[in-house]
Design a protein around this ligand. Structure first.
Ligand SMILES: Cc1cc2nc3c(=O)[nH]c(=O)nc-3n(C[C@H](O)[C@H](O)[C@H](O)COP(=O)(O)O)c2cc1C
Length: 138
């Protein structure tokens, strides 16, 4: 089996309906194709871990890469795996990024989350925590 993680830039005009549509499609197709993983959206960027049979992972990635609801897809890691990190569900999406720690705890509770992957996801989520920046002095 293969496991990949990528990040991408969401279309700035993406709507909650778009996100719901992506999730519905992913849940349906991924269950059919024995793909599992996590989709995280931090309001600006997506990070997705996708794992399962190699040919299915590649086919799904190719479809996702062509999707105009995001761009700038960059693969951050790819490996062959013996065990899935996510077993019981196909996708996780956190529209409300107030509960970061809780989200990660639930992610970890769903399977054998690799500590390095967990750290990467935590770092990604932290990037979504925007604080107002101080005005730059003239
Ligand atoms: C960030 C992002 C993640 C996506 N993840 C998945 C996914 O895990 N599985 C999937 O089938 N489609 C996913 N999609 C949707 C695909 O790009 C594409 O619309 C879909 O595979 C088409 O499926 P259909 O031919 O059944 O309509 C994703 C799209 C985006 C923008």
């Amino acid at each position: 089996m293969r496991s990949i993680i990528y990040v991408s830039v969401a279309d700035p005009l993406i709507t909650p309906d778009d996100i719901a549509d992506i999730l519905g499609t992913a849940r349906r197709n991924n269950a059919r194709d024995a793909l599992t993983g996590a989709l995280i959206f931090n309001g600006h960027n997506f990070m997705q871990l996708l794992e399962g049979p190699g040919d299915k992972v590649e086919a799904c990635l190719a479809a996702i890469r062509d999707d105009r609801r995001h761009s700038g897809m960059v693969e951050v890691r790819r490996r062959d795996i013996d065990h899935r990190e996510f077993g019981d569900w196909s996708m996780l999406y956190e529209p409300n990024f107030d509960g970061h720690e809780d989200s990660l705890r639930r992610l970890a509770a769903n399977g054998r989350l690799d500590p390095v992957d967990e750290q990467m996801m935590a770092n990604f989520i932290a990037l979504g925590r925007r604080r107002p920046t101080a005005a730059v002095p003239a």
